[in-house]
Ligand binder design. Structure first.
Ligand code: SAH
Length: 246
């Protein structure tokens, strides 16, 4: 993600710059470039960044569009409209795949609030990216468009990097129970069901098969098998105590 640059061209409202910075930071992007912003730095941008101040502080400002792209190897221009020039158009997801396949720096370019990117600016782009909005009302706020692309980038990054998978929580970190662990669990379950008189070994019917189907559907992880086996052991202990008492 460090090779990805978000480039905003001639943004008029400083609030949109702040909102774009916030959108980027939530999704793990950090490089923002501005081409001739109307007003920047600006208190409104800082307010709308809502804490993404580091991104604003490190923003690079360029006098020309060409200069902002000079070190980029893949340029993806976003556009709400179908253009008269026939240019390869990608969905956000497909554009992110291209971005991840590129070993160099990648630019995602966003146009002016009023008029988007010019045809001349689009000509420097390898691909156009269109967010599939309604054709009758296709234009998103520029920071919303940044958010959608940033989200796609984030999803692709999570899918490829095992390190970030761990951010998803306990389940992702854990290993699914092995076949051996599951076999021991089913044996323990069956014995417990017999002990508590739920299962009659002479008339087992299809109970165990159904329970297999149930647990296969949830795909237990090893720590969950331990909890369930703990519960089974506790049930067996209670059962033994009662038998001693009787
Ligand atoms: N009226 C302008 C819309 C500009 S919206 C036009 O017709 O082009 C400002 C910027 O937000 C666009 O230049 C583009 O970068 C982005 N954007 C808005 N809607 C989008 C969409 N549906 N798909 C891709 N980018 C979009």
């Amino acid at each position: 993600m460090d090779n990805i640059k978000i480039i905003l061209v001639e943004t008029t409202h400083p609030g949109n710059i702040g909102a774009a910075a916030r959108a980027m930071k939530t999704m793990g992007l950090s490089h923002l470039r501005l081409v001739q912003p109307k007003l920047f730095p600006c208190a409104e941008a800082t307010a709308r960044a809502a804490g993404a101040d580091d991104i604003l502080a490190n923003t690079q400002i360029f006098e020309s569009y060409e200069e902002s792209l000079r070190d980029c190897h893949l340029i993806l221009g976003t556009s709400a409209r179908h253009r008269s020039i026939a240019w390869p158009i990608l969905t956000p997801k497909a554009s992110v795949e291209k971005a991840f396949a590129c070993p160099g720096k990648v630019a995602f370019v966003f146009g002016r609030e009023s008029s988007g990117l010019t045809n001349q600016e689009l000509e420097l782009c390898h691909y156009l990216v269109q967010i599939p909005t309604k054709t009758t009302f296709s234009s998103l706020n520029v920071a919303s468009a940044v958010q959608i692309l940033a989200y796609e980038l984030r999803c692709a990054d999570l899918a490829k990097s095992p390190a970030t998978l761990h951010e998803r929580g306990e389940i992702a970190k854990s290993v699914p129970a092995s076949a051996e662990e599951m076999a021991q669990f089913y044996e323990h379950l069956e014995q417990t069901l017999i002990d508590i008189d739920f299962l009659d070994p002479k008339k087992p019917r299809r109970l165990m098969r159904r329970l297999h189907r149930l647990f296969n559907r949830v795909q237990l992880i090893d720590s969950e098998v331990s909890i369930l086996r703990g519960i089974l052991t506790a049930a067996q202990t209670q059962c033994e105590k009662r038998m001693d008492y009787e």
